[in-house]
Design a protein around this ligand. Structure first.
Ligand SMILES: Cc1ncc(COP(=O)(O)O)c(C=O)c1O
Length: 405
């Protein structure tokens, strides 16, 4: 039985207050249209279109054969926690020991855990916007208050240190952001993060939740910089990462944090009561991912980079779309607001939700409205698809918007 008016009132308030994930909702609708026989091009999902590299799959098969079938330790197997600590040193210049690491069921789980562990009712969480859809809902679940600070289109969707400092109050507990960013593909440079770090250093009760899940998908010559490597604030930075994006392992569900031991212990305590240790086979596969060759990941990044160039070029040809140049991840995030108030004779577009739904029904191209990401003028287009589908999809978008007057 699905939820009706009566059963909704039986659900807990905290669930009724939650938004449904807009990315998952679009994916569901696209599947329904495809099942009816329409040729849907799905650019709504945030998922690599590559397979997990072979050496990682082999490690999982071996783990099954070697009998890793039982409950795993709550914070993760010792060899994995060591591999993660070594990875933090190698890639991020962050000094954590295995005792500072907790492995969870995806980076989403890691983020939700940290928020549950640090946020009391009424505590404020500053979220740099545009932001990933789940951040604000995770804060709501912990009875915290999300304070959204907007990065402007002109500043490549990034928040300035001045904007950040102006949003800090005595209730501020966490500032959180993703770099590389979902949905914009923007990347905070080392200089920008050092400036943000200086603000954090001045406010000793503020913690940084740095979501680095797209770390490897970075097209800048400078490469990735981790705010957790700044010694003055290192104890107050919780770095979240995982294998979903960089190793094409979305379904394996492994994420992790590196954090001060008291925070890691808090997350372990929570996890011990709610989910226990995460999947044993996937943990062994993750050891192979983190200690093995990175070439397969770098090959995927090359493909995303090429597609970024292709998609930006094509989107710039769509009349009245304003498109930034993403520096990483696998999304484009054009501003489509010129079309608000316009109609194809049947449907009038008022906002990004209308636009995304109209585009799906009219051109069978699934995207995601910017509204759920805190950017109501934009549309998220995933570039994790073949070149042919991207070309075809943007051609369909061009033809569809030509009917809007
Ligand atoms: C910014 C960001 N953080 C975290 C996640 C969650 O990653 P995982 O699949 O490891 O839970 C995603 C997935 O889309 C994401 O885009």
């Amino acid at each position: 039985m699905s939820a009706t008016l009566d059963t909704v009132s039986l659900l807990a308030d905290r669930i009724n207050a939650l938004e449904e994930s807009s990315t998952l909702a679009m994916t569901k609708k696209a599947r329904e249209l495809a099942a009816q026989g329409h040729k849907v091009i799905s650019l709504s999902v945030g998922e690599p279109d590559f397979k997990t590299p072979q050496h990682i799959c082999e490690a999982a098969k071996k783990a099954i054969d070697d009998g890793f079938h039982g409950y795993s330790p709550v914070a993760g197997y010792p060899d994995l926690r060591k591999a993660i600590a070594d990875k933090f040193k190698r890639d991020n210049n962050i000094d954590w020991k295995p005792e500072n690491i907790v492995v969870s069921t995806g980076a989403k789980h890691s983020l939700a855990n940290v928020i549950q562990v640090l946020i009391n009712p009424g505590d404020e969480v500053i979220i740099f916007s545009p932001y990933w859809v789940s951040y604000s809902e995770m804060v709501k679940l912990a009875e915290g208050k999300a304070v959204v600070v907007d990065g402007s289109f002109e500043n490549n969707f990034k928040v300035t240190p001045e904007q950040f400092e102006a949003a800090i109050t005595e209730r501020t507990k966490i500032v959180m952001y993703a770099s590389p960013n979902n949905p914009t593909g923007s990347i905070y440079s080392e200089a920008e993060l050092r400036a943000i770090g200086e603000v954090v250093a001045r406010h000793e009760n503020v913690y940084v939740l740095a979501d680095e899940i797209y770390e490897y998908i970075n097209f800048t010559p400078e490469g990735h910089f981790s705010i957790g490597s700044i010694p003055e604030i290192a104890e107050r930075v919780i770095t979240v990462n995982g294998v979903a994006k960089g190793f094409a392992m979305t379904g394996w569900r492994i994420g992790y944090i590196g954090a001060a031991k008291w925070i890691a212990d808090g997350v372990e305590k929570l996890q011990g009561q709610v989910t226990s240790g995460t999947n044993s086979i996937a943990q062994k596969a993750t050891v192979a991912a983190l200690t093995g060759p990175l070439e397969p990941s770098m090959e995927m990044t090359k493909a995303y980079h090429r597609r970024r160039d292709l998609v930006v070029k094509l989107l710039k040809e769509v009349p009245h779309f304003r498109t930034n140049v993403p520096e990483g991840a696998f999304y484009a995030f054009p501003d489509i607001s010129y079309y608000y108030g316009k109609s194809d004779g049947t449907t009038t577009i008022e906002n990004s939700d209308d636009f995304a739904l109209w585009l799906l029904n009219k051109a069978f191209v699934a995207t995601v409205a910017g509204s759920g990401f805190g950017a109501p003028n934009c549309l998220r287009i995933s570039t994790a698809a073949s070149d042919e589908s991207l070309v075809e999809a943007i051609q369909r978008i061009k033809e569809a918007v030509a009917t809007l007057k």
